[in-house]
Ligand binder design. Structure first.
Ligand code: GLG
Length: 830
């Protein structure tokens, strides 16, 4: 039986708490009970939504004992807990994962069948909780999965956005955003605890006072407040009985807040005030890597961080806990700069509320935090204006000033006379306006700082935070990202999972290095045939879905060439587009005969931030090119372009297992890591990629023969920048590039309207900030090598198998082990 044995604690009911029997009969009994007594309907009258909710609650029952026990163990034990602080969790659908964790897939399927229900329809009923933008949020979801599977105590803290990442639709090829009302039909996966509300203050001013020991103290007199209501989610480990908790906070207006205005007789204003407070958790900001510095976003950040710290200190720790021991009980991992306001918040709790001396509080604080930086783009490093921060969080601004003053004193002592250095390292930037550099605050206030892939960690030390890494080199480390094999292989690619398990046993699911044992099978023709059959079946599954979902009819036998990720110039979707147009131009101009072209189906998936104008123009251009090429008889069945709308985790789980070629084509030095790249390699796609992010490590592991490298290296990019990059030179000197761009500029893909492609074209030819033209030829050459390799199916499949066999390193379980070794158990900083 899966699950621990209760009870472990006096808090739990005496006698074992039995989950329903893990049999088809036991499952049906529990399901019908949930349907009748939970949902209040008879099977014969139930809707698909009733059935989905009852099924979800049934699976929950199997996890409940483990959840209660894990919680009790965490509270009563003295193990260090990881408090993962993340503004985003891109969870994906929960039902499949819960069935997988409990090993109930087959039982549930048969039980539903006997009830006359197709479980696939119930799975499809679930709207995924899209509480994240992309890589950063999905990484958080993979990490909490791995920690539960490894039985590491973890509480994930975040925000319960009422609306997650917008739903993307296309109208006439243009992106239109629709609100994501993922809660509209109710979520069976969350457990609200309104009675555990936490009050969060904002605004107001600070005052000095003298305590009874004659010490001068500061107190914050806030101007307004809101309540945080926790919603708990189960985070089940893979068949190990551990169920950790994800605690997402929802904002609610405080009684006091309402009444004040209500008493003044203005009912409408009182109601508006309520909506104002509840706005805080209303919607996820849809910007990936480019924060807009909006006031509401800072409110969101402080809101969830204040709730989480309070929750841990007041509710998770025993009442009499000695806070000097805090670093022995918790490490708060800061997922990017979004939760960094937690550092001054902990100082405020220790100094203002608990009465610690500054120095002791600071020593405790900086041992309780570790900071992960997920970017190299300067515009992605959050900066808050002093005016805004001081208005919203006046006491925190004072604390930040104090931290800064003491820190700069240290720096001046270490580097006497080097005032420029002190100025460079100040948390407070003076230009263009006085503002707080959150990455600096994070670095100063954390025991460890890590990047997310080797190359980025190096560049983080050398280019983003060079003064800090020089000052405290031991603080900096790397942990290369990973992805959970449970969701991204086992769940997403059942056929491949079965093939692997039949070949090497099932240990790989929790020990992904075991995939190495597949290596010898790359030379086994029988195995290659089975592997290729899995890929083909996955393609057909995807095509069936895209036919129903998007009305796309795609050829069955073409190379599936996939570029899925957020739309951003640095990720260079335009480079992919130039490649497609160049192939097409070759055919229609008669340069290449159609029977010389390796059939390819290109798949794009990408959301653009709603305010990112050029990104939306690029989406329009991709759709225009797709429509033109798909309608052109001259390339029919050979070149096809699909851009299904609303790329999300659910769609990723269908696309990735079907892919032959994984496009990871960012400009070197821009993509911190990438995690899609890992998912593709683990599902047997070959990568065409630059030497960027974790591509570098993928290539090292799978070997140059099994990876298509192209483009400038990061130092070459830097050198070109230094020389002065002029894209027009590339345009003028490369005939193929010229013909490709001219075809786009001519209006060929936009019904003759040149204006419709002008913004993208002009940007490429005149600015090209991410050097698409400079890498164009190298990319085309690499694509020619891809074609040659694909023409030899045995060689291709062999490479694909080796990609799977050699990518075990990219399990998020390994990432978690690295965090444990290098960060969470690391000796405290002095
Ligand atoms: C990022 C980066 C990605 C990275 C991901 C997770 O852009 O390269 O893989 O986080 O670390 N800001 C992000 O979404």
């Amino acid at each position: 039986r899966v699950g621990p044995t209760l009870p472990v604690s006096s808090e739990l009911a005496a006698g074992p708490v039995e989950p329903p029997a893990s049999t088809v009969e036991g499952f049906i009994e529990a399901f019908l009970r949930e349907l009748n007594y939970g949902q209040g309907v008879l099977l014969s009258r139930s809707t698909i939504n009733d059935q989905y909710l009852a099924l979800a609650r049934t699976v929950r029952e199997y996890l409940m004992a483990g959840w209660l026990e894990t919680g009790a163990l965490r509270r009563e034990g003295d193990r260090k807990i990881v408090g993962y602080l993340s503004a985003e969790y891109l969870l994906g659908r929960q039902l499949g994962n819960a069935l997988l964790a409990t090993n109930l897939q087959d039982i549930a399927e048969e039980a539903m069948r006997r009830c006359g229900i197709d479980i696939a329809a119930l799975r499809a009923q679930e709207i995924e909780p899209g509480l994240g933008n992309g890589g950063l949020g999905r990484l958080a979801a993979c990490f909490v999965d791995s920690l539960a599977t490894m039985d590491v105590p973890c509480i994930g803290y975040g925000i319960r956005y009422e609306y997650g990442i917008f739903r993307q639709t296309f109208e006439n090829g243009r992106q239109v955003e629709v609100p994501d009302s993922w809660l509209a039909l109710g979520s069976p996966w969350e457990f609200p605890h309104p009675e555990r509300q936490v009050r969060v203050d904002f605004g107001g001013h600070t005052e000095k006072w003298t305590d009874d020991q004659g010490r001068e103290r500061t107190r914050w007199v806030p101007g307004w407040n809101v309540l945080g209501i926790p919603y708990h989610h189960m985070v089940p480990g893979f068949r190990n009985g551990t169920v950790n908790t994800l605690r997402l906070w929802s904002a609610k207006a405080t009684q006091a807040f309402d009444l004040q205005i209500f008493n003044s007789g203005d009912y409408a204003t009182a109601v508006r005030a309520q909506t104002f407070a509840e706005n805080i958790s209303k919607v996820l900001y849809p910007e990936d890597s480019t924060p807009q510095g909006k006031e509401l976003r800072l409110q969101q950040q402080y809101f969830f961080v204040a709730c989480s710290l309070h929750d841990f200190i007041a509710n998770t720790l025993p009442k009499d806990f000695d806070l000097r021991q805090l670093p022995e009980r918790i490490i708060f991992q800061l997922n990017d700069t979004h939760p960094v306001i937690a550092i001054p918040e902990l100082m405020r709790i220790l100094v203002d509320i608990k009465g610690f001396d500054w120095d002791e509080a600071w020593d405790i604080t900086r041992r309780c935090f570790a900071y992960t930086c997920h970017t190299l783009l300067p515009e992605a490093l959050e900066v808050w204006s002093v005016e805004l921060l001081g208005r919203l969080l006046p006491r925190h601004l004072e604390i930040i000033y104090q931290i800064n003053e003491l820190f700069l004193e240290e720096v001046r002592q270490a580097f006497p006379g080097d005032e420029m250095r002190a100025r460079r390292m100040s948390i407070i930037a003076e230009h263009p306006e006085r503002s707080v550099r959150m990455a600096y605050l994070a670095t100063i206030g954390s025991a460890k700082v890590n990047g997310v892939a080797e190359l980025q960690s190096q560049l983080l030390r050398d280019k983003v935070l060079p003064d800090f890494s020089e000052y405290e080199p031991a603080k900096f480390t790397n942990v290369t990202n990973g992805v959970t094999p449970r969701r991204f292989i086992y769940l997403a690619n059942r056929r491949l999972s079965n093939l692997i398990t039949d070949t090497i046993g099932s240990e790989w699911v929790t020990d992904l290095d075991r995939l190495r044992e597949l290596e010898p099978y790359a030379d086994d023709a029988g195995f290659r045939a089975e592997f290729a059959a899995v890929k083909q079946a996955n393609k057909e599954r995807l095509f069936r879905l895209l036919s129903v979902r998007d009305g796309l009819e795609l050829p069955q036998h073409a190379m599936l060439d996939v570029l899925v990720k957020r739309l951003h110039e640095y990720k260079r979707q335009t480079l992919k587009l130039l490649h497609i147009v160049s192939l097409y131009e070759d055919v229609i101009s008669g340069t290449v005969a159609i029977d010389q072209v390796v059939p390819r189906t290109f798949i794009f998936g990408a959301k653009a931030a709603p305010g990112y104008h050029l990104a939306k123009e690029i989406i329009f251009l991709i759709n225009s090119v797709a429509a033109t090429i798909n309608a052109d008889e001259r390339v029919k069945g050979v070149l096809s372009v699909a851009f299904p709308a609303n790329y999300n985790v659910t769609l990723a789980e269908k696309i990735i297992p079907a892919a032959d070629l994984s496009e990871q084509i960012s400009l070197a030095g821009k993509e911190a890591s990438g995690t899609g790249n890992m998912k593709f390699a683990l599902n047997g796609a070959l990568t065409i990629g630059t030497d960027d992010g974790a591509n570098v490590e993928i290539r090292q592991l799978v070997g140059d023969d099994n990876f298509f490298l192209f483009g400038m290296t990061e130092p070459e990019v830097e050198a070109l920048h230094a020389r002065g990059y002029n894209p027009a030179e590339y345009y003028e000197s490369n005939d193929k590039l010229q013909r490709t761009i001219n075809l786009i500029a001519s209006g060929h893909f936009t019904d003759g309207d040149r204006a419709l492609s002008a913004q993208v074209v002009d940007n490429l030819v005149t600015q090209d900030p991410f050097m698409v033209l400079a890498d164009f030829q190298s990319y085309l050459d690499a694509q020619a090598r891809v074609d040659a390799a694909y023409r030899d199916p045995e060689r291709w499949t062999r490479s694909a198998i080796l990609n799977v066999a050699r990518s075990g390193f990219f399990s998020s379980d390994r990432s978690m082990r690295d965090y444990l070794d290098r960060i969470w158990l690391s000796s405290p900083v002095e």
